[in-house]
Design a protein around this ligand. Structure first.
Ligand code: WT7
Length: 654
């Protein structure tokens, strides 16, 4: 391993072009890509309009392309009408009714496949069940499910009747679930008794009950899938088993055409404040880009078996499990559990047994699986793989090289895809049959995506290597439309910085001399823990909600596997504990945060202090806290600190 590390560092400027064989079979070859870039440059709206006509089956064709009259609340294809589920399912029936749409594997090893015909029937039955329980077009439905086919069925069923889904990741706590239900004003909750994760049963219905007991008045019905057989307390008149809800329902359910701009879903994500934002996506623009990027970035062919390991609780699981690949008629793999059950070979075993050809995962998973050693993947036949993908954070060159050599056997291009919950689909990525890759760079923007790196004043950075803000200079079809219930925050967060002209992503980046983009991380108080976004404020609010805590400051620090770890400085109401007392309170507070937000938010390290370092105006000196969390020497001036002795406490030395 250490040899590899040295090698990857020495060769960071190595370039990996796709093989001739890959290029020969690719959907997009260099000339195709060039033509797409040229078309978008010559007529931006015409480019998107052509693709929208070709790729989407419209119930009513659109005549308007981009409506910027209310910028930055842009609208795309606004007078067209369509149904997303019709596009993902029915449209595939003519040619692919018997083709496998979903290959599912539970953590315990149970397996199930659904053809496009079967999936379409199940979606229709469940959509009829939704209607029978009073869900109508425009109603919000919260989905809190394990990673099982019914999660996708529920999403597609909502889409079929124009209900707006909001999937809440099954790892989030009852509190987080409640906040999201209330913010969305959801009418229905779809959940399961439990799911399997990490060798344990995650009791989802119990968490849902806790959320509902704390006031979610808008919820009228809870549909409960029996998955883990762990029992569920069913409340009469409110709770219905999934199997009862679909019993006797017809497999015909006419898809409801909705406006192109009708919200397809909300997905909550963290920002700089304690309150998650309900990112609102559209129907047509979102579908178009989810489908196109599935085809362009992953080079999807009809015989591919595509596995995106993301949970449907994240945007990746929306765009590259539930929508994009289905719209493209692909076979997708879904796996319920953890990558390490029963051992660190599980992912590779799934690839071998199901003949996965395209594998898309996160750097944190790659790093975790690397730790098991090269001989674990070596036990599996990975020859079906032809393309690998990465998403969620910058992939470190060491992990990239391992992925390339040990998993891809040097044969598979790697697409490092940069995008966000807000962008809806991949924005910056290699095109696998076109772009030579460099380990650690997400390379260049896709055709039709106008990305730039700008300085404080919004001007493009001058020279290569100069860092700046990642901005998107023109609206794109799958962009977020607003923040649910808070359009002011939408404008403030993403647009105000550059006078409503450019979308500001919140990441910094630089370009090298070849024009390749290298992401440098967030510019706001947002952490990236295992590829998941977490606001420092969210963790801080959770900590101060504990009786014993007066004040808390949370910063990130580099973490081997998670990418970024969570470091919390905590001031208590009483005495500062040391030794065993400190250890036990640390455990208590970690559990507490897990309960308040979810297990991913548990601080890796907690340090107790009598005070936090503040400037004269009372602002916490976060930069200083970051330096200490990284274990680095303090070089900045600390003489303005009220109490310099506090530094030793913060360092854990007193
Ligand atoms: C943030 C978005 C969109 C999928 C999962 C995360 C970081 C994402 C990359 C990448 C460098 C990346 C950015 C971005 N990020 N992909 N390939 N290289 N950074 O979605 O939770 O909305 O987080 O993840 O910081 O802003 P998300």
């Amino acid at each position: 391993m250490s040899d590899k590390k040295i090698e990857s560092i020495l060769n960071e400027n190595r370039v990996f072009p796709p093989s001739d064989a890959f290029v020969a079979a690719a959907r997009l070859k260099p000339a195709d890509a060039e033509a797409l870039y040229a078309e978008a440059a010559a007529d931006y709206e015409g480019f998107w309009a052509r693709l929208a006509r070709e790729e989407i089956a419209w119930a009513t064709p659109f005549t308007e392309v981009l409506d910027a009259s209310n910028a930055p609340n842009y609208r795309w294809f606004a007078d067209g009408r369509l149904n997303v589920s019709y596009n993902c399912l029915d449209m595939n029936l003519a040619e692919r009714a018997g083709k496998t749409a979903i290959i599912f594997e539970g953590e315990g090893g149970d397996q199930r496949t659904l053809t496009y015909r079967e999936l379409t029937d199940e979606v229709a039955r469940f959509a009829n069940a939704l209607k029978a329980h009073g869900v109508a077009t425009g109603d919000r439905v919260v989905i809190y499910m394990p990673m099982v086919p019914e999660a996708v069925i529920a999403m597609q069923a909502c889409a079929r009747i124009g209900a707006i889904h909001s999937v809440v990741f099954g790892g989030f706590s009852a509190n987080s679930l409640r906040d999201r239900i209330i913010d969305a004003g959801a009418k229905m909750l779809i959940t399961a008794d439990g799911g399997h994760r990490g060798g344990r049963v995650v009791a989802l219905k119990a968490a849902a009950d806790e959320a509902l007991a704390a006031g979610c008045e808008t919820i009228e019905t809870v549909i409960v899938l029996k998955r883990a057989d762990c029992g569920a307390a069913m409340q009469d008149g409110r709770d219905v088993w999934w199997s009862d809800a679909v019993a006797g329902q017809s497999t015909t359910c006419d898809p409801v055409p909705v406006d192109a701009e009708h919200p397809l879903f909300l997905l909550y994500t963290s920002g700089s404040t304690g309150k998650p934002k309900g990112i609102q996506h559209s129907s047509a623009g979102y579908l178009l880009a989810a489908k196109l990027t599935s085809q362009w970035t992953f080079d999807l062919h009809d015989d591919d078996v595509f596995w995106c390991t993301a949970d449907v609780g994240w945007v990746t699981g929306h765009s590259y499990v539930a929508y994009g690949p289905l719209a493209a008629g692909a076979t997708v793999v879904m796996y319920e559990g953890a990558p390490t059950v029963p051992d660190g070979g599980r992912f590779w075993s799934i690839c071998e047994r199901h003949g996965v050809t395209i594998f898309y995962t996160a750097p944190t998973a790659i790093r975790a699986l690397m730790k098991f050693g090269d001989d674990v993947p070596a036990q599996y036949d990975l020859s079906s793989l032809r393309l690998l993908g990465s998403v969620g954070e910058p992939i470190n060159p060491e992990a990239w090289i391992w992925y390339h050599e040990v998993i891809g056997h040097g044969r598979c291009p790697i697409v490092d895809t940069w995008w966000q919950t807000e962008t809806g689909s991949i924005m910056i990525t290699p095109l696998p049959g076109v772009t030579p890759t460099k380990p650690g760079s997400c390379t260049k923007a896709l055709p039709g995506i106008d990305v730039d790196i700008v300085d404080e004043a919004g001007n493009p950075v001058g020279s290569p290597e100069e860092g700046g803000y990642i901005v998107i200079k023109r609206p794109w079809p799958s962009m977020l439309r607003t923040i649910w219930g808070d359009n002011d925050r939408y404008i403030e967060t993403y647009w105000q910085k550059f006078d409503n002209r450019y979308y500001m992503a919140g990441d910094s980046a630089h370009r090298d001399a070849d024009g390749y983009i290298w992401m440098m991380g967030r510019i706001d108080d947002v952490l990236n823990v295992s590829g998941h976004r977490l606001g420092t404020m969210e963790v801080e609010s959770a900590l101060v909600a504990h009786d014993s805590v007066v004040e808390a400051a949370v910063v990130g620090f580099p973490h081997d596997i998670k990418g970024e770890g969570i470091f919390a400085y905590v001031v208590l109401r009483g005495e500062r504990p040391t030794g065993d007392a400190a250890e036990s309170l640390t455990a208590t507070l970690r559990d507490w945060v897990g309960k308040q937000v979810g297990a991913i938010a548990k601080p890796d390290e907690i340090r107790f202090a009598d005070n936090l370092p503040k400037t004269r105006s009372g602002k916490i000196m976060r930069r200083l806290l970051r330096v200490i969390a990284r274990g680095e020497e303090i070089t900045q001036d600390t003489s303005t600190l009220e109490n310099e002795a506090i530094l030793d406490q913060l360092r854990g030395k007193a």
